[in-house]
Design a protein around this ligand. Sequence first.
Ligand code: FAD
Length: 457
Amino acid sequence: MYRRDFLTLFGLTLMGIVNHACGDNSQEYAEASNKKRIVVIGAGLAGLAAARELHRQGHEVVVIEARERIGGRIWTSLKWTDMPLDLGATWIHGTQGNPLTSLAEQIKAKRLITSYGRTVTYNTSGQVLSKAEEVQMENLRKKVFKILKQTQNEEIDVSIRQAIQPLIRQLDKSSEAYRFINFILSAEIEQEYSGSTQSLSVQWYDSDKTFSGDDALFVQGFRVIPEFLAQGLNIELGQVVKEIRWDQSPIEVITQKAEFIADHVVVTLPLGVLQSKSVRFIPELPRSKQNAIAKLGMGVLNKCYLRFPEVFWSVNVDWLEYVSEKPGEWTEWVSFNHVANMPILLGFNAADRGREIEAWSDTQIVASAMEVLRKIYGVGIPEPTDYQITRWATDPFSLGSYSYNPVGSLPRMRHELAAPLKGSVFFAGEASEESYFGTAHGAYLSGMRVAKEILKV
Ligand SMILES: Cc1cc2nc3c(=O)[nH]c(=O)nc-3n(C[C@H](O)[C@H](O)[C@H](O)COP(=O)(O)OP(=O)(O)OC[C@H]3O[C@@H](n4cnc5c(N)ncnc54)[C@H](O)[C@@H]3O)c2cc1C
């Protein structure tokens, strides 16, 4: 009853079902017979890129999306009307040769550049690092990355934490050097790769490629890209996919309120969602794909935006860094004063610390952030007038921020994740990209790859 009821209720609006359910042998069907009926699951960058390309090539495409919005992990908040803020991806990382730069140029989206060259780093007691501390930090950084590089050549893979354990063991836990190492691991590895250093593979954590050039953010928010890609597409919001019956023709995709049929399906479910098994594949996915899903890691990066009545921090910087007492807590901050002339600070927490803090109440999170800011800028600083906080690890349609390579994973697993099933079900999404995983451009490129794969069938 469930299936038929929904067919009747939603059938007319659903591409694919119209042809199938009406048994329509008319000229209209004949004209469309070389068209493929394609269901794309997920309206994030991967899904929208694939759908746009396939639609442009004349196929009948419907995008089905669980949330009541498009964009997925690109999510611009318009809560503060004078400043769109990105709760998911913020930057085009490396603007040169980046396909997102070309899209941004096509739509003339205004961008601003933030620079690591404009960074100030504070020690645990809230003082700007002295020259001696800077030198100490730089020496430790060199030691850490030298050890990581050396360990990469060993046969047995270990975690980053394990690799630098001999260095850490020599240090007193209350020493500045110990805190500096934790700072380096958080700021330069966990915040970038989203996995914990206890879990990140020393051999593969940095197996990704990067584009050169600046980091650019969008004045109107990253949403301008998904909004552009979505133009003219048939997108069904609020459709939570529950089941994919894939070893048959046509394929059936069953959501909590409708059924879709298709010749081809593009799956762009985030790795965290695939790992949770909240979407059932019937029959089960091949072992190699299940193994890749289980072995790759889904990490966490959370944001806390604080808005103040006025700016009380250093004005000419983009990045504020803090060598925290508790490893990884509020180590990285972005100021929106220099780049956008707004009294807004953005604090990050990643990996295990990000997961732990995500479970706190908003009040606790803001209080903890303010404790750090008071340590740096004094007890007299104003309370924030408002805040915006993300909780990506517990978001049911993401279950994490982006993927990383833990110990036990191999880069080829991303190919196994990407491999199509019987030339009918195709896999995209940032986690399926060997070279650019964990990024918005990786998601976009994966969508373009899948479109090509389908066009070849
Ligand atoms: C906090 C944060 C900061 C980031 N910063 C950057 C950055 O600055 N630069 C950068 O390049 N990258 C960044 N990223 C990474 C980037 O956002 C992602 O890699 C990219 O957006 C992923 O796109 P996707 O299409 O693969 O997945 P998604 O955008 O997650 O799309 C998948 C879609 O599937 C939907 N879905 C899930 N379950 C179901 C279901 N059962 N049924 C139907 N639909 C479902 C989801 O709602 C979602 O819309 C960041 C990510 C986060 C979270």
